[in-house]
Design a protein around this ligand. Structure first.
Ligand code: TPP
Length: 285
């Protein structure tokens, strides 16, 4: 298979994840749609191409690991894990239900396939450092990936972790920074202007790749270079749109946590289905 076809397959997988994630939110009528939509392509590349995991053995010690430090994007991961066979798709109905397996923020004790409990922003990169260091000490050849939000980078603990990862030369650690330019209640540059994120992380000794986080070939290349980087930790700084691909969430400021009407979701699902069909048609050509 040539690489162009592979990219088209991954595009289809991404649009399937987007649709399944929206359907999952659809059952409850609210959720963190903005930040869940902006990581869809990256999640598709991780679970469709780069991460070695075993749905029948979620705790396989040699698996690649994922820490979703922006844990409110959990529904995207849940939809993907269900599609990969970690648990039945019917379980997606448990999103945000008390006593269920799918809390609004990811929890390693509740959901098969979730590797770290998150939700309190700023801590995931430190956890990722610990996992990567532990794997190296145990001689495991696997990679730990960490999703970070740009707003989340306001938390100082991230920068301690960036320092530590470089100090330990953790070449089995890849951070994926979702720069959608927005956070809970405003634009990131208005709340706490981070300036040039690529240069800042580079200044902490990391290898950095910058790309459009919805462009499958560009993101594929960036992730591939980061996971192969041997000299130390690496980061993909991906520029995205918050709410990407959800008709009532994309392009508005207050799209962090949304209550929506059934008819709004029906329209969003119709549009997302059309995009998926286009991706499938491009693959068949
Ligand atoms: C320590 C901590 N402070 C505040 C919050 C509340 N909170 C949840 S999401 C969020 C905004 C995060 O913005 P960003 O990291 O850019 O996420 P994204 O826009 O990608 O969803 C905030 C402030 C939290 N979960 N943890």
């Amino acid at each position: 298979m040539n690489q162009k076809t592979r990219y088209q397959e991954l595009r289809v997988f991404a649009e399937e994840i987007r649709l399944k994630t929206l359907q999952t939110f659809g059952h409850i009528g609210f959720g963190h749609i903005g930040g869940a939509m902006s990581i869809v392509e990256a999640v598709a590349l991780l679970y469709g191409e780069f991460m070695q995991v075993d749905p029948r053995n979620p705790n396989w010690p040699d698996r690649d690991k994922l820490v979703t430090s922006k844990g409110h994007a959990g529904p995207t991961i849940y939809a993907t894990l269900a599609m990969k066979g970690f648990f039945p798709e019917s379980m997606l109905r448990e999103l945000n239900q008390g006593g269920g397996h799918l809390p609004s923020h990811t929890d390693r004790n509740k959901t098969p396939g979730i590797d770290m409990t998150t939700g309190s922003l700023g801590q995931g990169l430190s956890a990722g450092c610990g996992i990567a260091l532990g794997d190296r000490m145990d001689g495991r050849e696997c990679t730990t990936y960490v999703f970070l939000g740009d707003g989340e980078l306001d938390e100082g603990q991230n920068w301690e972790a960036f320092l530590f990862a470089n100090q330990m030369k953790l070449n089995n650690l890849v951070a994926i920074v979702d720069v959608n330019g927005q956070q809970l209640d405003g634009y990131t540059k208005d709340v706490m202007d981070l300036g040039n994120i690529e240069k800042k992380i580079e200044a902490f000794g990391w290898h950095v790749e910058s790309c459009d986080g919805h462009d499958i070939p560009a993101l594929y290349e960036a992730l591939d270079r980061c996971r192969s980087w041997q000299e130390g930790p690496a980061a993909v700084v991906m520029h995205t749109k918050k709410g990407h691909g959800c008709s009532f969430a994309e392009g508005i400021l207050s799209n962090h946590h949304i209550n929506f009407k059934p008819e709004q979701m029906a329209e969003a699902l119709e549009k997302a289905t059309a995009v998926l069909e286009e991706a499938r048609a491009a693959l068949r050509k």
